[in-house]
Design a protein around this ligand. Structure first.
Ligand code: A4P
Ligand code: MG
Length: 410
């Protein structure tokens, strides 16, 4: 006995009756047993001529003694029996039966391709299939149906420009999470000042990408290890624009992949204290005071989800100490700057930035083991949370630490 998955689709006539009739016709054949069927999903037509109606799609698991070729033959016969006329490609049809998977076979013949060559791109196939066989594995791609579905889903996008007419500064925004935040705020309509330490050309590119999103954007360079340059950064920002509404302290010393990664513990500690702690405190206080004066504003800082529970090793000690300092500081500053200015802190967990990309298999396994949502976070996950937290939608939220970690620390 072999196991096969069939996709069913109809967008002509009584679609519900067509799907039921097709399933019955398959069941009626002595060599096929329909073991399981998904719910019926109403879907927008993909491809094909304009103006055609919505589809009803489903998936079925069948067991059969037929060869893949014979099973396809049976599917074509059922289509014909239900009155399908073959006309234009992807055009409207009373019934379409496609063979998706056949055991774990890979077939590439003139009249039969298995797995179905377009199944991994199509939500109208993957959604019903994931309902009945989330763990079935695509024999070529090596991914489960659930993973294929996740990949095929378009990334979430906020609608609208809720930050229009607001002006933001994002420190350390030439790459990684800072870049994602700067671009997400630009997508929401905010003008953004991009800040970088050394990476001027990368920073210019981010500012250019922000301008391409229809907002004003410029690059400011400052070495945040230097207190005087921190003061200058705030001055310059307010000189550039008459008011700043959003200040995101994202910049942090890179002690994992940069030059500092090679230095001893106490050098890394000095860098982290200078950039992550001291600069964040100075910049938040200076920008916060300006915003209080203006009568409104938002400060957003960057913590770390594991600061609360600790992590073994040098990096664990370094990040826990420096990021816990930022988190504690942010809560106190929120009290100082209320009610005009909101101050919050994001606490990202395992986010796939430069380090995560190259991390060893041991780390990759550990991240998945520790994360209930079963994946690395992305810079965009953090950026979308930042976008919400600095927006008027979060007007009653201050002094909070928001973890973005797929549930890894609760
Ligand atoms: N063929 C080869 N491999 C297979 C296979 N694994 N399963 C050959 C089924 N058939 C396979 O198919 C053309 C020929 O492909 C078959 O005779 C068989 O020898 P067809 O059913 O005559 O033509 P078609 O349906 O226009 O092409 P195809 O490739 O089945 O189209 P798709 O990819 O199924 O797309 N939008 C929504 N929302 N829902 C839908 O169900 N369906 C389509 C059709 C387009 N847009 C849709 C939907
Ligand atoms: Mg077909």
């Amino acid at each position: 006995m072999s196991t096969a998955f069939i996709a069913l689709g109809s967008n002509l006539g009584d679609r519900n009756a067509n799907l039921l009739a097709a399933l019955q016709a398959l069941q009626d054949r002595p060599s096929i047993v329909v073991k399981q069927t998904s719910s019926f999903y109403e879907t927008e037509p993909v491809g094909g001529p304009p103006g055609q109606g919505l589809y009803l799609n489903a998936a079925a698991l069948v067991e059969t003694r037929l060869s893949p070729g014979r099973l396809l033959q049976a599917l074509l016969e059922v289509e014909a029996q239900l009155g399908r006329q073959r006309q234009e490609r992807f055009g409207p049809r009373t019934i379409d039966l496609d063979l998706l998977l056949f055991d774990n076979q890979v077939i590439d013949e003139e009249n039969l391709t298995v797995p179905h060559p377009r199944m991994q791109e199509r939500l109208f196939v993957l959604e019903p299939l994931a309902e009945i066989a989330p763990k079935a594995v695509h024999p070529i791609l090596g991914l489960t149906v659930r993973e294929l579905l996740r990949q095929a889903q378009p990334p979430f996008e906020w609608q609208g420009r809720e930050l229009k007419n607001l002006r933001a500064v994002v420190t350390g925004s030439s790459s990684g999470i800072g870049k994602a935040i700067a671009l997400e705020l630009a997508r929401a309509g905010a003008d953004v000042l991009v800040h970088c330490g050394k990476s001027v050309s990368a920073g210019e590119e981010v500012a250019g990408a922000a301008r391409a999103l229809g907002v004003r954007s410029q690059l400011i360079q400052a070495d945040l290890r230097d207190r005087e340059q921190c003061r200058q950064l705030v001055k310059e920002a307010w000189r550039e624009w008459p008011r700043i509404d959003i200040w995101v302290n994202n910049a942090g010393a890179d002690t994992l992949t940069g030059e500092t990664a090679e230095l001893p513990f106490d050098f890394k500690l000095r860098e982290l204290l200078a950039v992550d702690v001291t600069a964040t405190m100075l910049l938040s206080r200076l920008a916060g005071a300006m915003m209080k004066e203006q009568g409104q504003g938002v400060v957003l800082n960057m913590g770390w989800d594991q600061a609360d529970i600790g992590m073994a090793g040098d990096s664990g000690q370094l990040f826990a100490a420096s990021k816990a300092a930022v988190m504690a500081f942010s809560k106190s500053l929120a009290l100082t700057l209320a009610p005009e200015v909101r101050v919050n802190c994001l606490a990202p967990g395992w986010i796939r930035t430069a380090w995560g990309e190259k991390a060893s298999q041991t780390w990759q396994d550990r991240v998945l083991r520790e994360t209930p949502l079963q994946r690395w976070g992305t810079p965009e996950d953090v950026a979308r949370t930042a976008r919400w937290l600095v927006s008027p939608a979060a007007a009653f939220i201050t002094g909070q630490i928001i973890r973005i970690n797929g549930g890894a620390v609760r």
